[in-house]
Design a protein around this ligand. Structure first.
Ligand code: URA
Length: 236
């Protein structure tokens, strides 16, 4: 059980500055569990709280955990320079509550991107000590060969890494289709490993993180969903 004033609650959910949230409440634009409240000082129980703001329902969430099916030509950086940022695919509230990508995908990589505003969660998921497998579907410029697979599995040396990096699994799905599973998350890792092994990555898609598969989420490109506690346990 935890109670907060209504203006703080609205601010925590990303509806804007405290001043703006107070104005929304005083203007009668905010309902609490279906009932309009115009006093921003009212202390409200946050457990099970449903807000309605401008006729749209928002379940109160202390933190948000999101999976996005990232399309190509979106950047994960905070200050995107050449393409729109991934945050533009989410409701504006998420920018206000400082939702950020958990790790990064290149602008031309598609597929599963986790996002959250829970700092310890982001930190834990991005930690190099964590060995959660990330599953990539690579389209290669040159045909996949057994020699390529053997090299990726035994480890390839990248110029700025102290030791060779190896894939934990490589499965050929077609002449130019290779599933590569990595436990690290180094910069451009799949593309650099393929290049170091004598091929070239023509397209890249992340299909799963840990036991959480993008297909199971049923998201079209550009769509996102909240992750349930059960889905979050699949990331462990
Ligand atoms: N490896 C890459 O090369 N790029 C990505 O976006 C993710 C993994």
């Amino acid at each position: 059980m935890s109670k907060l004033s209504l203006d703080r609650i609205l601010q925590s959910q990303g509806f804007g500055t405290r001043k703006y949230c107070r104005a929304l409440i005083e203007d009668g634009d905010v309902a609490v569990n279906g009932e309009i409240h115009t006093n921003y000082k009212t202390a409200i129980e946050t457990d099970g709280l449903v807000l309605t703001v401008f006729d749209e329902e928002w379940i109160y969430r202390e933190h948000v955990y999101i999976a996005l099916n990232k399309p190509a030509n979106y950047e994960c950086s905070r200050k995107p320079s050449h393409h729109p940022g991934v945050l533009t695919l989410l409701p504006e509230q998420f920018t206000w509550r400082e939702v950020q990508p958990v790790g990064r995908l290149d602008h031309d990589t598609t597929g599963m991107l986790l996002m959250s505003d829970d700092g310890p969660f982001i930190h834990a998921q991005s930690s190099p000590k964590r060995h959660v497998p990330k599953v990539y579907q690579a389209t290669t410029a040159e045909p996949v060969t057994q020699a390529l697979i053997d090299q990726l599995l035994s480890g390839v040396q990248l110029h700025d890494e102290p030791a060779p990096l190896a894939a934990v699994r490589c499965i050929q799905h077609g002449e130019h289709q290779l599933e590569i599973v990595l436990e690290q998350g180094k910069y451009h890792q799949v593309k650099r490993m393929l290049a170091a092994a004598g091929n070239h990555c023509a397209a890249l898609h992340r299909s799963a993180i840990g036991g959480l598969e993008l297909d199971a989420l049923g998201l079209a490109e550009g769509e996102w969903c909240y992750l349930t506690p059960a889905q979050l346990t699949l990331l462990a």
